[in-house]
Design a binder for this molecule. Sequence first.
Ligand code: 4AD
Ligand code: MG
Length: 476
Amino acid sequence: MQKSIAELLQEETFLQEVTVKGWVRTFRANRFIALNDGSTINNIQCVVDFENTDENILKRITTGAAISISGILKESLGKGQRIEIEVKNIEILGDSNPEEYPIQPKKHSFEFLRENAHLRVRTNTFSAVMRVRSALSFAVHKYFTENGFYNFHAPIITGSDAEGAGEMFRVTTMNPEKIQKDENGNVDYTRDFFGKETNLTVSGQLEAETYAMALGKVYTFGPTFRAENSNTTRHLAEFWMIEPEMAFYDLDANMDLAEDFIKNVIKYVLENCKDDLEFLDQRYTKEEQSKPQQQRSEMTLLEKLNFVVDNNFKRVTYTEAIDILRNCKPNKKKKFQFIINEWGADLQSEHERYLVEKHFKCPVILFDYPANIKAFYMRLNDDGKTVRAMDVLFPGIGEIVGGSQREERLDVLKEKIKTLGIDEKELWWYLDLRKFGTAVHSGFGLGFERLVQFTTGMGNIRDVIPFPRTPQNAEF
Ligand code: 4AD
Ligand code: MG
């Protein structure tokens, strides 16, 4: 089998003949080709004997061109690499016109690269991010498989709104001109493909619960969709979510799992993506240095990752968090205004970040939130006003996980549904789980892109998914 550049760079046997295919990153002095095939952040240096090479071939060795090189693997005397190839033969596989090729061997802005999302993975930064993303994805499946979970494929098209937030993309086959409306002016979906109103899933949780109540421990890892109109560095309209759901787990067991899971997948990439993480660490440090002193991270990227792996997450109730926020001084002039008097308000990202980055200086799990700011399915505590909810908050990211112990008592759940004005008939199958063999159970959802963002140190969530979907943006 032909060896990849990642494999060749590990070679110990010199003077063997090798063939390698890849894309030209740079071609210097008509002599040195930096060749990359995507297998590693590192290029292999190919040294051309230009005096004995056809000039027409030399002209076509341009940035972005696909080439095949045969030659002798040699120890390199040059600085910066251990190995190089003494080129014997070059074949041009695909030309790349340097006048037109958008990815030049220089630093491009992330904005520019987003406009060229089909080519940006050819840069060092994006190829490193996407390799780490792939490794994280593998680590997720590995972790759950090794811990007795079954992978459950949640439906993408659903008739339910798991989060009750109404941020759904409708699915319809109806021609806009032929849409039928009833006497109240509402769209008549009974005439549509599914005979009812449907949407792209916002979370696979409700369906995952049905499987947990038969297979015990399951997890989903699939795309989810939210039509929330938030143009932030942490929100996408299409993102991937990992949702484990476990029968017989209470909230404490759920928190233990979330912490252990996150630590393990980060540990996996620390061990298996060393070159890419080192590159991303340097990029992160440069970016931090360009910020004003007070806004800079105190740790390097690698320090942050190791810190998460090596330290316990701090667990605090919502009520304790509110007390901290009431009494703190985020800056010299003013306190946080909004929650000073009001128990029950939802935390804004500035409050979450204060708790994590300034107060505790470590990942935080907030739990036991007020019932009225959380979804209908969360288990009510004995105090009658808080629910067994948990959010995991991360430095620089904010909320990375949202989860809860689920309400397993039929009467309490029915009452909640009624209070919220949800039609019980819509959730008949979900209520069945509480009628037949109900049990304590829990689960959570981790936003995969937020995890990739944290692990790679990228500032904007749009730069950790191949083709980001955000308001007014679905070019590719
Ligand atoms: O907190 P959320 O809304 O929780 C749920 O959907 C639950 N049903 C999960 C469960 O218990 N099975 O979303 C979970 C996580 C968030 O913590 C965040 O990391 C991510 O999903 N997330 C987003 N990521 C990117 N873009 C968005 N618009 C996101 N919305 C949520
Ligand atoms: Mg949430």
